[in-house]
Design a protein around this ligand. Sequence first.
Ligand code: BGC
Length: 787
Amino acid sequence: MSSRVFRWFALLLCLAFLFALPLVPQSANSGAIFRNAPIHFSLTNPSLEAKVDALLRRMTLEEKVGQLVQYTSGAPMGPTRGSEDYPAMVAKGEVGSLFNVADARAANEYQHIAVEKSRLHIPLLFGLDVIHGYRTLGPVPLGLASTWDPDIVERSARLAAEEASASGVRWTFSPMVDISRDPRWGRIVESAGEDPFLGAAIARAYVRGYQNGHLDAPNSIAACAKHFVGYGAAEAGRDYNTTEISEHTLREVYLPPFYAALEEGSATIMSAFNALNGVPSTANPYTLTEILRNQWKFPGLAVSDYTSVAELIPHGIALDGSMAAMRAFSAGVDMDMESGLYHQHLAELVKSGKVSEARLDEAVRRVLRLKFALGLFDKPYTDEGRENQGPLPAASLEVARRAAERSFVLLKDEGVEDRLVLPLKKDALHSVALIGPFADDAREMLGSWECHGRASDVITVKTALEQKLGAERVKYAKGGEIRSATDAQINEAVAAARAADVAILTLGESGPEMTGEASSRAFLDLPGRQQELLEKVAATSKPVVVLLFSGRPLTLPWAFAHVPAVMAVWFPGVQAGPAIANVLFGDGAPSGRLVVSWPRTVGQVPIYYNALDTGRPAAGVDLTRPPKDAQEKFVSRYIDVPNSPQFPFGFGLSYARIVYSKPEISVAQLKAATMNEQFHNSDATNKTATTVAATVTNKGTVAAEEVVQLYVRLEGTDVEEPVRKLVGFERVSLAPGETKPVTFDLTADAFAVWDMRNEWKIQPSRVHIWISPDSSQGEPVELNIVP
Ligand code: BGC
């Protein structure tokens, strides 16, 4: 080949490579969650950018604004609403995105208008809250996170993307990555709990599942990390309420899951309803521009939450709609969900110079880029044949059942004389009494955000137990509704328990009505007469197993003291029954672990494991009784309840007894300077600084899945660090009698602190490291970080 031909060939190769770059390259899952360095993904490539430029040049001011306008086609849920004549508005190019459109046919109808009737033929982008599945609903997100299994989260999200995209949806408002430390807050059910490390790992898994590394594949949907930021810290757990979060806590706790989701490639982000430190998150230039764009270099689209632009008026930082639009847009919200205020005021704001044209173009580019990246210009229509109206395929049900089984957290299992109540032995039982309002309620199994889930797809606990044991061995008595019961219903349930070998009680709060948005609770006990039902059934002296259906920890001190077996099953989805029956009878093993600390009483809330210590810790003091002298009194404690939660973060039993060895460390002294160099140098961030290892042994007689957890505590730093923080975890399968080594490679990340100078630094410190079954147990090994 002559050198000239070779040069041409090389140039062509380079171009082909550039143009074929995947639009969302998979980034290595480095576990780097505590950094604020620029993230490493791009939504564009040169050919795509050229198309965006060319289109932008042809757009009028009004057409540009149109791309930034989003409306729901369903029933409005917020205080204000937009116009309803969407076909006409779409034809005029006044709408960029619609959400809650019912199905592929309806989406195609709108899309034909956008593509064929609007002047520039720009396709619409259809969004939807696909939160824990589209039709094949799995466990609610808090349950799914309780699997501590990013792989099953990713597979669940992939399945959701395949089903949603078949209906024309190419954008989901998920994952919610808000850290939540307050079970009163109804939306804790949508979260991955209280921990930033776990939250980051789960967030990444959702993004991988939805986007699949190729946004332009017709079965990929764009993810949306929400709600930016601090929404989970709503004061007093009351939805939409104000939050106050220090810079240190913001950086170390609330931001990391967002950073992780965006670094994994999440194409979009949603601003939150709440005010953060006095500035509503939808008009907060510090978070939306300084952190998101200047520090992290996020290239994707920022959408507001539902009418959150209009809500700047009641927040008190805007006097009218125009001012609200101006504040939100200038702060960095590109697209206005539902308030209609960009639609009404943005063009005028640009004309009057209150908003710059450059800012407008920047926002429009982000929308167009996303539409090109999703392949919508090439393939705007959805193949209506892909939508499944028939039964759910076996492979989908398998994903939903596996996720549900792994999400259950066994909280208590104490039979008489060391014999466990669970698993139940199918052949040793003549009959079981199945009691409670959840036993045969298909709708409840879907929880909140049921999307296109159908009650008819659900297999209830009653149906599954009848299949497993034969209908004649299952004595069902509802025992009342969730919020009420008659004496006759309770008596009937007690009689059923008396006549059976064991009573399985399905108790809890209503998924659709008492969890999720606008469902904060000040009391976290059982609604209606369920507590009375429980006590009366327990008084029969039959062994009682409580299956707890909830979207948050419920405070049930009586049950935890008196009932031999309690399992939190959240809202498990369409395979609720089979998953529960499998785990109850030992055909599956409970392996979920709590992702939130479980309070004894609401008075302890907020309660979270990764807390800072006080100058007067209560260590060594018996907190189960009132203080008897000054030594016991003047420490950080309650006088009427222990400080500890009912169950700690990370907790969950299995049917086996698992024993941990004391951890060992490969290198027990590190240099702060070397760590800082590795931390800040992107080529070295994955370099192992030290390795910590332990063995875990199954001393039981049945197989188990153990979630091995790695925690650190740093002391001697210039800011206080939590008494423990999670920096690693691994699921390990153990046959009876089996011992396995578990090894964690720690990188500099694990020791980084947001310091007094507002920078990430690894400081000289003493570090304790635990490998343990939850956040409260284990013996630490020591490491020293020297100057
Ligand atoms: C919620 C969001 C959701 C949006 C669209 C809002 O009320 O806060 O999480 O994505 O509605 O349905």
